[in-house]
Design a protein around this ligand. Structure first.
Ligand code: NCD
Length: 428
């Protein structure tokens, strides 16, 4: 809380024009409890007000009118990330450039926790439900780790086989049941629009961790956060940048969300490089055009990469094809050290949402770039933690408590987490 609880409560009573008695009854606590929260902090009788009370009072203060109470009876209705009035994250369309950058400021505040120098218990007592009905390593674990590092705990369910959806349970029922058990849900599901269905069934925070070929907003946010941090280190800005996206632009939800988020900036040049059958959906290309960005679509990787500030490679989303004929990229689509040396500049960033397909014939982003400092893929994955912490803190209404909640960690982590990390890994 940014102000002392006594100030907060007095202000609330004044704004609601209520006596202590009426206010205590309105928020469902005893008059005695309210009195102890209002006592000066140094008094022996003073008690700390639970955070849930703060959220509830804030909700009353932001509620438009009594008649609408039934629709807005959940905390977080003043949350800067909202879907249909609820604190939920389903699409990057919910962001403006300003609100994305507000989130990045909060992610910067989270960095000492992500780097294990500090710890916080700001979400102590809260439980996250991680519902993954599609394969995932980094998204599932990083959401879980982000929530845990803020002091919460995590319950996981993975795949359809081990969930009651295998018994025919609907999304609505699953979501409503889970909402009774947990305080926030992160959902990945193979169908576009499915996570919205989860979100509409509950008032608790729901985050879209990938809905089939639809969106993956948290990935796009951490990608843009990574681009901004690296650009600021090398003196570039996002406005006017040249972004080359390579590969399965049709089914890759990360490039769909990232394109829309980047479109909030000015005068970008997008070079979209893909096999003809895997081109970026027309609605996204049109959106980029409407915002006056330059879009070039090509099958020529070598020419497409020339002059790019960012090269964003993607995996072929084979699991989304009904036709099994498309096995992998031809070598013409592989980004490797030789190609990067010949067409990319010394500070081109090479990104990939991962996983990269390392199987023979896949021709995904080559591992021969692992020692090249331009390869930003692990800086991207590392940034998943502070960005996802910032998302949770915002959706759970604790963003103003984080800074003051931090204390030193008792243990030490290595300065470089990966043995191949480049010299500037993680440097601001
Ligand atoms: C991506 C996904 O699942 O959309 N991975 C991720 O979340 N980092 C990309 C992919 O699977 O290719």
């Amino acid at each position: 809380m940014s102000v002392p609880q006594q100030t907060f409560l007095r202000d609330a009573m004044r704004r609601l024009n209520m006596t202590r008695e009426a206010f205590a009854s309105r928020i469902g606590v005893s008059r005695r409890a309210l009195d102890t929260w209002l006592l000066p902090a140094e008094s022996a009788e003073s008690r700390g007000m639970p955070e849930i009370v703060e959220r509830f009072v804030n909700e009353i203060l932001t509620r438009p009118a009594d008649g609408q109470a039934a629709q807005s009876a959940y905390p977080g209705s003043g949350c800067p990330i909202q879907f249909e009035g609820r604190p939920q994250l389903l699409s990057v369309d919910q962001f403006s450039r300003e609100s994305a950058e507000d989130l990045f400021r909060l992610a910067d505040i989270m960095q000492p926790i992500a780097r294990r120098q500090k710890i916080s218990r700001v979400l102590e007592g809260a439980v996250l439900g991680n519902l993954f009905f599609e394969a995932s390593t980094r998204t599932r674990v990083s959401f879980g780790a982000a929530f845990s590092r803020l002091g919460g705990s995590v319950c996981d369910t993975t795949g359809f086989t081990f969930s009651s959806m295998a018994k025919g349970e609907s999304i609505y029922d699953t979501s409503r049941v889970m909402a009774g058990y947990v305080d926030a849900m992160v959902v990945r599901h193979p169908e576009r629009g499915s996570v919205e269905e989860f979100a509409r069934a509950t008032n608790i925070p729901v985050i879209n961790a990938g809905d089939g070929p639809g969106e993956h907003p948290s990935q796009a946010l951490l990608d843009l956060y990574t681009i901004q941090r690296e650009f600021s280190r090398i003196g570039k800005i996002v406005d006017g940048a040249h972004i080359a996206m390579v590969g399965d632009l049709k089914y890759g939800r990360t490039v769909h969300s990232l394109s829309k988020l980047l479109a909030l900036y000015k005068n970008l040049r997008f070079t979209l490089i893909s096999p003809p059958t895997l081109e970026m959906p027309a609605y996204i290309v049109e959106k980029l055009g409407e915002r006056n960005h330059t879009v070039v679509q090509t099958t020529d990787l070598r020419e497409g990469l020339r002059g790019a500030d960012v090269v964003y490679a993607t995996r072929i989303q084979k699991e989304r094809f009904t036709d099994e004929s498309f096995e992998g990229y031809t070598p013409d689509f592989q980004i490797n050290q030789a190609l990067v040396e010949s067409v990319c500049g010394p500070d081109t960033m090479i990104m990939h949402p991962l996983p990269r397909d390392g199987r023979p014939g896949a021709n995904d982003l080559s591992t021969d770039l692992n020692h090249d400092p331009r390869l930003a893929i692990f800086r991207q994955t590392d940034n998943g933690i502070p960005v996802r912490m910032a998302i949770f803190a915002t959706l759970m209404g604790v963003e103003n408590l984080v800074g003051r909640s931090m204390r030193d960690a008792n243990w030490k982590s290595p300065a470089y987490i990966g043995v191949d990390d480049a010299v500037f890994h993680g440097i601001d």
